[in-house]
Design a protein around this ligand. Structure first.
Ligand SMILES: NC(=O)c1ccc[n+]([C@@H]2O[C@H](COP(=O)([O-])OP(=O)(O)OC[C@H]3O[C@@H](n4cnc5c(N)ncnc54)[C@H](OP(=O)(O)O)[C@@H]3O)[C@@H](O)[C@H]2O)c1
Length: 250
């Protein structure tokens, strides 16, 4: 099955944007954006293959009925990429439930609601489909100050496996992409006050390949997974060797 019309969250920049642009060369894309100007800009770059819809995924009211609204405007959707994410760093003592919830709303709950609603309509239509969620190596190798983010992505990975089991009998596949550090605004923003370049170099050196990933590299695998007919319920790692630790010898 090749996906036909994909809803992509987080499409305004970084990895989600690279996925939306890559997918627009293969089919139709509905980009979820927070601001109209982001949508207009993407649509212009997508040359007729990218439409957009506005929602603040942190706001339950704003994201309510998002899938239904998108289908009313643009027609039936058969796949989903949930790339929207927030990542803020905070020490353990300052981390409270509200901070955890802030991460859960965008990283987890908004993805869950879209997946549930898409699963439901695809089953009703007896139509095959595919979903990809973006996760992080921080789930299995947390760093100090990343508890809230890691917890939200851990929940996402568990959800992916549970959804895959529920939806496989209906021909709907669900996968996660577990990423190392990629050179996007998220990476550059999330530790204000640090010596940025020094920090990024240190981070790059933690990967066996000695560099950060590029958004297009993550997009390539996400698009491949979306269309890979035998892939479901799996957490695919793309981390430049980060989980094997820094390069070294005996
Ligand atoms: N970069 C990495 O090293 C890395 C590593 C592991 C996993 N990931 C995951 O990969 C995904 C993409 O990350 P990235 O690096 O491309 O991040 P990014 O450059 O910070 O982009 C984040 C995207 O999420 C959107 N977003 C955030 N909050 C939103 C909200 N309330 N409503 C609607 N959209 C919202 C942003 O929209 P606005 O432009 O409106 O803010 C933006 O499009 C995320 O899920 C991230 O957790 C990234």
């Amino acid at each position: 099955m090749r996906v036909l019309r994909t809803l992509v969250t987080g499409a305004s920049r970084g990895i989600g944007r690279a996925i939306a642009l890559g997918l627009s060369r293969l089919g139709e894309v509905i980009a979820v954006v927070r601001r109209e100007e982001q949508g207009r800009e993407l649509a212009a770059e997508g040359k007729g293959c990218i439409q957009w819809i506005q929602a603040d995924l942190a706001d339950r009211k704003s994201r309510e009925g998002l899938l239904r609204r998108a289908e009313e405007l643009f027609g039936p959707i058969d796949s989903l990429v949930h790339a929207a994410g927030v990542a803020k760093h905070l020490g353990l003592n300052a981390t409270d439930s509200a901070f955890l919830l802030e991460h859960m709303e965008v990283n987890f709950f908004s993805g869950f609601e879209l997946a549930r609603d898409l699963g439901r309509v695809l089953v009703e239509r007896r139509q095959a489909g595919s979903m990809v969620f973006l996760s992080s190596t921080l789930v299995v190798r947390p760093a100090s100050g990343t508890l809230a983010y890691a917890v939200s992505k851990g929940a996402l990975e568990v959800m992916v496996r549970a959804l895959a089991v529920e939806l496989a009998p209906h021909g709907i596949r669900v996968n996660a992409l577990r990423l190392g550090a990629f050179d996007t605004e998220m990476l550059r923003r999330n530790r204000e006050g640090d010596d940025e370049e020094e920090r990024l170099q240190r981070l790059a050196a933690m990967h066996l390949l000695g560099r950060l990933g590029e958004a297009e590299e993550a997009a390539q695998l996400a698009i491949h997974l979306l269309n890979a007919g035998f892939a479901t319920g799996a957490i695919w790692t793309l981390d430049g060797g980060l989980l094997l630790g820094p390069p070294g010898g005996l």
